[in-house]
Design a protein around this ligand. Structure first.
Ligand SMILES: [Zn+2]
Length: 421
């Protein structure tokens, strides 16, 4: 199908959006965490209206939503409403103020040195996709002094451009489409006030992933382990055979943790145990540990390992009181998404129609999509094109952003085809 072009290209949109500073902030009292995110979010609501999305609005929390009504001859009642979501904030890790994007046209291979700070180099050894898949494409970077903000303004620009394409091509038939732009994803608060019911989509996709063709629908199962050690405090000068030092007990515990089950020694599908927070003194202390695994059996095995170490250390220190508890934080979104195969099948088909092989990758962390999925809105994550997120060498190919736009348009068409029959 050959389509009329959008009023504005995805590149031009992207270049406009990255120049607006939308950095979010940890431990803020307000929501969104920084008011400057609203500069972009308000603009997006306006631009959606200009593109004919009449109900586009921004709510009191900064969430931008809008509807493109179904245009199928039968009203599209048989086609589920599909949502597309991206986050407008950028990471607190690197400044997003005064971003000066640079377009490296017709990339021909080799490392890319960023002009504003030559110590910032995008190395093909670290980012093999550049030479393997993106030769001849136009690569967008920052000048090396700030992040770029492709995470996730690439996703924002792609969704906006897809809305634009649909506005210029009323002959493209689709069911109801819901658009959502959120603040504060980077500080883990992106769905805090997201009203799944009000949003009104049956299924959704975040455009917040990495390389071309990627679909993510698996997250860790995440549990928190809290270890409490109660020692016995006695004046150290008169402590022989009386004092029990919780810090020494902890040392015995920590040395027994398996060394091949840490974040720094695992990757891919491997899970880990990660002690990350310590609070206490010789008398008593509390340690928090993350347990992460893609499979529940792996979670259970890790819990048993920890319980076994507690028992073992307890026999070494019979007078100490050692306790460990486990709390669920979030579960692998795969368990829910797999129950509705069309959500992934249609995404794969939409990507295939752009001439790209779809592939699944794992998310070694939580995502807004995972939270939405457990709130009742199944939301896998699709590629937005960027790599080296949260750094000054962040980059995204223009042509991959164009493929993402195509994927969104294909996706609403595929949903209409596969649902109305
Ligand atoms: Zn992101």
């Amino acid at each position: 199908m050959s389509l009329n072009p959008p009023k504005e290209t995805v590149l031009d949109r992207f270049l406009r959006y990255v120049k607006i500073d939308t950095q979010s902030q940890e431990d803020s009292e307000s929501y969104p965490s920084t008011a400057k995110q609203l500069d972009l979010l308000r603009l997006l609501a306006e631009e959606l209206k200009d593109l004919g999305v009449d109900d586009a609005a921004i709510d009191e929390h900064g969430y931008v939503t809008g509807t493109i009504p179904a245009n199928l001859p039968d009203g599209g009642a048989a086609v589920p409403a599909i949502g597309f979501i991206a986050h407008a904030d950028t990471s607190p890790a690197v400044s997003g103020a005064g971003v000066k994007p640079v377009v490296h046209e017709n990339y021909q291979g080799g490392d890319i040195v960023l002009p504003g700070d030559p110590s910032q180099i995008i190395r093909t050894a670290e980012y093999p996709n550049l030479e393997k898949r993106y030769i001849g494409m136009d690569i967008v970077t920052s000048d090396g002094t700030t992040l770029l903000g492709a995470d996730d303004k690439a996703g924002v620009a792609e969704i906006m451009t897809a809305v634009d394409v649909l506005a210029q091509n009323p002959n493209v038939k689709h069911g109801t489409i819901k658009i959502g732009f959120t603040p504060d994803e980077e500080v883990g608060q992106g769905t805090k006030f997201f009203d799944v019911k009000k949003f009104g989509a049956k299924y959704a996709y975040t455009l917040d992933g990495g390389p071309l063709g990627e679909i993510e629908f698996e997250t860790f199962n995440a549990f928190l382990a809290v270890l409490k050690i109660e020692g016995i405090g006695v004046h150290p000068g008169y402590a022989k055979n009386k004092l029990v030092n919780a810090i020494r007990v902890l040392a015995d515990f920590i040395t027994r943790l398996p060394g091949d089950m840490t974040p720094e020694t695992t990757e891919g599908r491997q899970g880990y145990i990660h002690p990350y927070d310590l609070d206490g003194q010789a008398e008593h202390l509390t340690v928090k540990m993350l347990i992460r695994d893609f499979d529940m059996d792996g979670v259970k095995a890790k819990q048993q390992t920890l319980a076994g170490i507690v028992e073992n250390v307890q026999t070494l220190h019979p007078k100490a009181k050692i306790k460990i508890e486990f709390d669920e934080q979030y579960l692998n979104m795969r368990y829910l998404i797999e129950k509705e195969p069309l959500v992934l099948e249609n995404a794969k088909e939409a990507i295939r129609r752009t001439g790209t092989d779809p592939h699944f990758t794992l998310i070694r962390g939580g995502t807004d999509g995972a939270k939405l999925t457990y709130d009742g809105l199944l939301t896998p994550n699709l590629f937005a094109g960027g790599e080296a997120f949260h750094s000054k060498i962040e980059w995204v190919p223009v042509q991959v952003m164009e493929k993402a736009v195509e994927t969104i348009v294909n996706l609403v068409v595929v949903w209409a085809e596969n649902s109305s029959a």
